[in-house]
Design a protein around this ligand. Sequence first.
Ligand SMILES: [Zn+2]
Length: 375
Amino acid sequence: MHWIKRAFVLFLLLWSGVSLAQTIDAMRLSETPSSGVRFVADLDDKADVKVFRLENPSRLVMDFSRTRFGQKIAPLSPTGFIKGFRTGQPNAQTARIVLDLPAFELTEKHFLLSPQTGKNWRFVLDIDKVKKNKTSPKETAIPSKKSIPTKKIIVLDPGHGGQDPGAISISGKYEKDLTLKMAKETKVLLEKQGYKVVLTRDKDFYIPLRGRIKKAHEANADLFISIHADSAKNKTAQGLSIYTISETASDKEAAALAERENKADILFGMDLTDYQPEVGNILIDFAKKYAMDQSSIYADFVVDEMKKEVNLREKAHRFAGFVVLKSPNIPSVLLEMGYLSNPKEDKLMQRADYRKKLGMALTKAVNAYFKKLAD
Ligand SMILES: [Zn+2]
């Protein structure tokens, strides 16, 4: 059954290929010297491009008419104040690229460059911050209602809460209380390093798993860390582990997810309801791949830092299909601090100095991760 579906998708792609004139072969985002952002698309031929803005949330849309995306096209990376982007085909004739815009005022200009030696057609779009008052020494201040966009945003998610206690430790302590303490303490450590930190809950109440993802999106998170503690029947089970979504699990789940959920919800802000279902799935996979790779990079940094400090499980970076890790475009990890069912680890995790060690290691891993991202 599966190959029939695949063959059908392939057919659609080939069919759309013959009816369209241009191909976008590559696209990239870069920061300009004036702290603006430049978007460039390489095209194999001249294209008509319609550029317009949509509000709530604010985004810029580029519609390339009679154009399709090339096969080898790589996803964009977050650059400057552009944190989110999507690609899609609102109809069979149009290739659409959407950039999420920050809250402050922007100017935009775009032009098409004809081919020069060795180069293709290029569509170039520049977005710049509006300079308010040139003579004012405060010129660099960003007139923003939201947070300063250069501050990376970390969302910490203390597991469980309210009527859901999570695991109960061998000494009778609740996982939900431990995770909340850990999140609040780690928030302080991260803030000292200049990050903006948002907690999915700061008190003892219940949040559904999808609600946690939603909060991460509303906060415009650069990284999502869910905090838990493990439990097992075997009292000797021990060690810290960190989970990310696996490629295999995620492929299956992405398909199931796409059937169950409202697709517009999945790629936040982008309405997929008019799309053929095949195209919708391709777009979800596309965004997911990037977030999955980034999640793994961060998880590996966590393992590197944690192994200097505390006892880890064998193969501490693990893969599973946790619902809270299913954001298609926010790198997400789930930390299991240790085993509440193990008397020794239970005692350790209830200690503030031990949690500080864990929090410091998480923070160092965050630093390493964003440093790598900037390289
Ligand atoms: Zn848990």
